[in-house]
Design a protein around this ligand. Sequence first.
Ligand code: ATP
Ligand code: MG
Length: 767
Amino acid sequence: MSARAAPYLDDLNPAQREAVETLDGPVLMLAGAGTGKTKALTTRIAHLLTTGRARSNEILAVTFTNKAAREMKNRVGRLLGEAVEGVPWLGTFHAIGVKLLRRHAELVGLKSNFTILDTDDQLRLLKQLIAAENIDEKRWPPRMLSGLIDGWKNRAYTPESLPASEAGAFNHRGGELYAQYQDRLKTLNAVDFGDLLLHMVTIFQQNDDVLAQYQRWFKYILVDEYQDTNVAQYMWLRLLASGHKNICCVGDDDQSIYGWRGAEVGNILRFEKDFEGAKVVRLEQNYRSTEHILGAASGVIEANKGRLGKTLFTEAKGGEKVRLIGHWDGEEEARWIGEEIEAMQSGTRGMHPFSLNQMAILVRASHQMRAFEDRFLTIGLPYRVIGGPRFYERLEIRDAMAYFRLVVSSDDDLAFERIVNTPKRGLGDKAQQKIQMMARTNGVSLFEGAKLLLAAKGLTGKGAAELQKLVDGLDRWGRIQRGTEMSHIELAEMVLEESGYTEMWQNDKTPEAPGRLDNLKELIKALEQFENLQGFLEHIALVMDNDSEDAAEKVSVMTLHAAKGLEFPAVFLPGWEDGLFPSQRSMDESGLKGLEEERRLAYVGITRAEEVCTISFAGNRRVYGQWQSSMPSRFIDELPEEHVEVLTPPGLYGHQGGNAATASPVMAALGESDLQEKAANANVYNSPGWRRLQERQTRRGMSQPRESANIVIDAQAISAFTVGDRVFHQKFGYGEVAAIEGDKLDVAFDKAGTKKVVSKFIVAAES
Ligand code: ATP
Ligand code: MG
């Protein structure tokens, strides 16, 4: 076909064109960020359709996120004009998995109208199984089992194919419980997410005719973000593609960020082996970012070992250097970014104006979003959260809010229903029905109904005792709420502790649990800005209603994981601090695997930016209302200095970003600070990262991120704690300082006994 008849080919460089026009046989496009892999993949779909190689329903195209799938559909539509019908088999692995499984459900003992369980349902089921086996769920929590089962499904293990070494997990009962769980799902005519692919793999393996049918049907298979496929996805693809072998995968080993979920970057390396004669196309020109952004990203990723290694260049010379700025604390960071977005919107930064849609904030951990959401609501800056619930819509936040709602108003039945058995109080469906009945017969709220039921001795055993405890608690918390003896912040913490809600997550062994606990801490922190619980709840009601139509101009807020494949003219990357990014978990791990995955995430983050990339860190973050100091991320040190410009913190030095009319928040904070805060502050400005920034600036003769004389305090000279102080430690809980030796403390913990801990891992607690 001539380029004339296929004008879309004119927009490609020769390497991309080769990938698009090599229609027969396996093709692997292995290239760095922004080199036009997705563009080539989309064009390939258009080309297959235009040349008549395939009808739209004969093309199978897989992406990772719904947003990416939507975008690819739009792009194909644009390439071919409105007249073209959609590509029905273009979607995420899960979306395509459901569609296929509905057609063949009976082959794995399901009916085609099977239901898909969410995580809550899945856990409820596992809990029942664990209970039926008389396993102590305190020691062997359902979440741990669900984590194991998900992992097995990611690796394509059915209960039958599960190796003995794995089946012994969960107190030697893992494999057995997995089998029971799958049986139970079958009886319920239900599947979980992992089943969507795993069942299809099983069906293909056991039914040659079905497999052959799809091998013929899907003449062309295309996969974006191939580096993040897990074993089950890989097997599924390989089975489907092994007939005609027209499979085109595109990926970037430097952007593999789902290892923690079972993705195997090795799948890329195996491609050439599995698909003999594969054409490997490399792309080297980056069309997305300016030279400084690309240079900064390349500098960071170079620190990883075991890369395939790639060269990248861009013709977009010059432009803004990657901007780096340190802040006093997380709130200051959010405030500055809010102001900066408004300034960039009006074009007062010496750059062209950016629309809100052109700007995005990419965070490492979802709990970071809260500060931004609150700030943006306060200043009325429209924003949208992409890929994942917004902070106030998360499970643990909704649960906690339900408790608060009940404290404020005990007749909030929806809130009561939500938490009556969360944490588990032995109040199953039957008990809850009794409460409902009692409430209905007497025309009262569920809370009152529960009281009546208890008075009438309508419940017995553990459930009765636990319900009594809950009801008494709610009465008491309600009284405190109406009185003045305790602040609403203390009350909120007390409610979550006494109700057993915090403990539920502390005992939870799944990977999400620490994040949920962080979110709960964030929630408590958010209360500080309100006078009472009621005011807070009203505020949240407004937040929840903030869902407006999607076409509006809004700043995007999302995690780095959700940002994969996307691009924005201006990107903000906040929270570059050791312990947050890279995460504490990756730093504690032995070996470099976790840390290298974090570094790839940093690479993904920087390479989302087209024109302006702003990285920031805060010297202090508040945990449980106490300052904790943090160090600038080690990734900051890896940014090549020639691509970085250090901005001075606002307020401190009256720079462009600060609002001259308001007093410096740093100074203001210092004015009221106690010694501990100063110590925290001193840590940051004495940190190696900050010193290096200074040195760089000095070498370049630029204005320095100066430390003013009254800020710098010798951190060593101050011991933030004294013997007898009440403290809190993330892992060991509350305790009392027994002895101090340098930065190491002996702490007598209430529950964990006496332990030696490093002072930076503890915070002062109210006694
Ligand atoms: P990532 O690894 O981040 O997913 P990618 O390799 O998929 O990146 P694309 O998103 O396809 O890259 O392309 C990046 C940007 O470059 C897009 O805006 C795209 O339109 C543009 N682009 C791609 N190829 C070309 C080209 N040959 N000429 C001009 N612009 C191009
Ligand atoms: Mg892409």
